[in-house]
Design a protein around this ligand. Sequence first.
Ligand code: PRP
Ligand code: MN
Ligand code: MG
Length: 181
Amino acid sequence: MNSDIEKILVSEEEIAKANERLGKELTEEYAGKNPLFVCILRGAAMFMMDLIKHVDIPMEYDFMDVSSYGGENTTTTGDVRIIKDLDTSLRGRDVVIVEDIIDTGYTLDRLVKLFETREANSIKLVSFLDKPSRRIKHVKVDYIGVQIPDAFVVGYGMDYNEHYRNLPYVGVLKPDVYSTK
Ligand code: PRP
Ligand code: MN
Ligand code: MG
């Protein structure tokens, strides 16, 4: 295990099980609809690529890059910036927004409002992790992998200061890693 990690919160086995379950649910829900999966970079990249292996129907995907946290901050600013927009039109599409974690809810709240103006036929949200204790903006998350307590987590796509995204599990970062810098 990486020496900056205090403990593993979601193991590789649990991740695989959650993806299989979510993939089955999405396969049933979206059969015949050619859904557009929208991966919110960069955190959701690893989850999305695992998840869609279990989505056994015709589908498309695209990427969007937004950011609410800057640099070394571990708390949100509420300011969500669009860094890279979609290349695909949402008009009439059944959209599945794919996120790694819902924390305050600002990112998804802003995205859902934006996508509604683009005339999507439907918009649903899937998030690998849900941290309900920190929610500020209410957003309805339709599919959730795992609910977690209020801890600063990294790995499986999630970063601290851009590091740890490559860890194959979700871990809790040792407090001294971010408190001494
Ligand atoms: C993180 C995470 C979610 C968002 C959740 O992304 O990946 O997208 O914050 O927080 P919220 O519910 O409080 O808005 P971040 O902005 O750090 O960008 P990244 O995915 O590139 O790390
Ligand atoms: Mn993100
Ligand atoms: Mg981040």
